[in-house]
Ligand binder design. Structure first.
Ligand SMILES: Cc1ncc(COP(=O)(O)O)c(C=O)c1O
Length: 430
């Protein structure tokens, strides 16, 4: 049975609320896959961290939903699996793998460096996935340190009755973001060979995430980042191949999957000149946000699929302020910054800026606020609803436990849009 909010207008909702424009969500997903394919990359492993919903995963995978969905016939890269960041996201996909009988839901990479405390939960989910998929499904873990290899080996040896059981891992490589990942040198290669030598682990692939692309808006600079990403992977593969040859190891590095990308660099990745399977792993592209309007990955506001609905709760018509207050603050939008400055944007109003944010409220004024020009208070009567573009939609969405879904083409989105569905994200940060 539909929750009672369906068929209401956005304007009837209690604020703040998180809004998904399903039309833009679906179009973003279709375009990302067709663009990857046009650039020669045929495999796609989207991240689910941005939305954390079953409905979102189905659209990312290109499954046509009950609502009709899109029947885009343009050649697109194939979704071959997913990346998750948390155990609840992993559990959601394991459940979907059993329910939908589609291979991509059962090929799941837990995409943050593995830690010991999660191993019992992961091992339980591996068993669930095995029985839901007749042993076809696989959960891959992410490794970037020799010690992780050791505690994984200990755990598997202690907890698996059969000595043949091997867990699949991706090795994370630092390609310039300088967050997680081994370096492309003998230290990184020694972690790779430790995995290859392990009787309990199998090295499935190399993974690099070029998150430093988020601060770049120049197209040629963005291309340089993707080329650096590629060059690091190529060099790592060469060093590893040489090292294995010198040890007369039969391991074939061309069988390693290579996973690269980010939303900001999505449109710039070209196929690497290697025989390996190459995949892209973006996440934020489903919603986009102010950050991605900056990078240019998001073409314009009509592609923004994740927004926060708020209400005007204050008018301050005086020399000190000349501004309005809205009922969405850091607990709805977070205080994540963007290169443009400001705390969020008002959808459809580039003349306004959000210049101040507290826990539950924010202040909005004219971009050129010199007190000569009065704020257009008449456009924003007390109680009226406004749509906000978060600086970082992944973090804003995580502030809410229900998403209200509308389906509006182009610039039709407004507080009058009708709620057609509600999506419930999985919660929890373990
Ligand atoms: C390891 C990893 N992979 C993939 C992604 C998805 O990146 P994006 O949201 O830029 O597409 C992220 C995002 O933080 C990440 O941390």
């Amino acid at each position: 049975m539909s929750p009672p909010t369906h068929h209401k207008r956005l304007d009837d909702l209690t604020t703040p609320a998180f809004i998904i424009n399903r039309f833009a969500f679906r179009r973003n997903c279709d375009l990302a896959r067709t663009c990857a394919r046009a650039n020669g990359i045929h495999r796609f492993r989207p991240h689910v961290k941005t939305h954390k919903t079953r409905e979102g995963c189905l659209i990312q995978a290109g499954v046509v939903g009950d609502d009709g969905g899109s029947h885009d016939e343009t050649p697109a890269s194939e979704v071959i699996g997913f990346v998750v960041s948390t155990i609840p996201e992993l559990a959601m996909l394991v459940e979907m793998a059993g329910r939908h009988n589609r291979k991509e839901f059962g090929d799941i990479l837990l995409g943050i460096p593995i830690c010991k405390s999660k191993l019992y939960a992961i091992s339980r989910l591996m068993n669930e996935l095995a029985s839901a998929t007749n042993d076809e499904g696989v959960i891959h873990l992410m490794v970037d340190h020799a010690r992780q290899v050791e505690f994984l080996e200990d755990f598997i040896a202690t907890n698996s009755p059969s000595p043949d059981v091997k867990w699949s891992v991706f090795l994370k490589i630092d390609s310039g973001y300088h967050r997680a990942g081994v370096t492309c040198d003998s230290r990184g290669i020694s972690v790779a060979t430790k995995i290859i030598d392990s009787s309990r682990l199998s090295l499935r692939g190399l993974y690099s995430h070029c998150g430093h692309s988020y601060n770049v808006s120049d197209n040629s600079e963005m291309k340089n980042i993707t080329e650096d990403d590629h060059n690091v992977i190529l060099e790592f593969l060469m060093l590893l191949t040489d090292q294995l040859k010198s040890r007369e190891s039969p391991f074939d590095t061309s069988l390693l999957d290579v996973s690269v990308g980010s939303t900001a660099s999505l449109l710039c990745h070209a196929m690497l000149n290697i025989p390996n399977n190459v995949e892209l792993h973006p996440g934020n592209y489903v919603f986009y946000d102010r950050q991605q309007l900056f990078t240019g990955a998001c073409a314009d506001e009509s592609s923004i699929a994740g927004l926060v609905l708020a209400r005007v709760i204050g008018h301050y018509d005086d020399g000190a302020r000349n501004a309005i207050m809205i009922d969405a603050g850091a607990t709805a939008l977070t205080k994540e910054g963007t290169p443009q400055g400001g705390m969020c944007a008002v959808y459809g109003r580039p003349d306004l800026e959000c210049y101040r944010m507290s826990q539950e409220v924010s202040m909005i004024r004219l971009m050129e606020n010199d007190n000569e020009i009065p704020f257009p208070f008449e456009d924003f009567p007390l109680g009226c609803a406004v749509l906000l573009i978060p600086n970082h939609s992944c973090l804003a969405a995580a502030c809410f436990d229900t998403y209200y879904v509308v389906d509006e083409m182009g610039d039709q989105l407004s507080p009058n849009s009708i709620v057609v569905d509600t999506w419930i994200p999985v919660k929890g940060w373990t």
